[in-house]
Ligand binder design. Structure first.
Ligand code: HEM
Length: 126
């Protein structure tokens, strides 16, 4: 048998559905983030981020089956992401992660990744 993945460890699909749903509830209300999203319906974007994170943490590989290689730097190139956008994204995500009620070590591991990933997607000094 294989060791449980981080995906399993924090509660599998339901945990990721909850985190990403809370995140997009914030995005919908956020004056910095909301204008960046090209589509009126945030539902499809919510599914893409959820599938990506599930795959990254060892869950189903549905993201790559549907979207191919993540290439996140390239996929974010159309959007101006400076420090204000990075900070707003992380603030919404912090609220979302806090709502998941994770064990402290799990929360820290997830959070360290999200900060690193958000930093890596900054593409503007505006
Ligand atoms: C897509 C903004 C950080 C993962 C998007 C989209 C926007 C956006 C506007 C397009 C929505 C869509 O149609 O899917 C931002 C901003 C960030 C940020 C402002 C601040 C730093 C991140 C981070 C991750 C991430 C840290 C991963 C940990 C994704 C994924 C998609 C996406 C997986 C969908 C890509 C696709 O398959 O087309 N993001 N993002 N983003 N973002 Fe971000």
């Amino acid at each position: 048998s294989t060791p449980p993945t981080f995906y399993d460890q924090i509660g599998g699909h339901d945990a990721f559905v909850g985190i990403v749903h809370r995140f997009y509830e914030r995005v919908a209300q956020d004056p910095v983030l909301r204008p960046l999203y090209p589509e009126e319906d945030l539902g499809p974007a919510e599914v893409r981020l959820r599938m990506f994170l599930e795959q990254y943490w060892g869950g189903p590989r549905t993201y790559s089956d549907q979207r191919g290689h993540p290439r996140l730097r390239m996929r974010h190139a159309p959007f101006t992401i400076g420090m204000p956008e990075r900070d707003a994204w992380l603030a919404a995500m912090q609220h979302a992660v806090d709502g998941a009620d994770l064990a402290e070590a799990d929360r820290e591991r997830l959070w360290a990744y999200l900060v690193m990933a958000a930093d890596s997607l900054v593409n503007s000094l505006h």
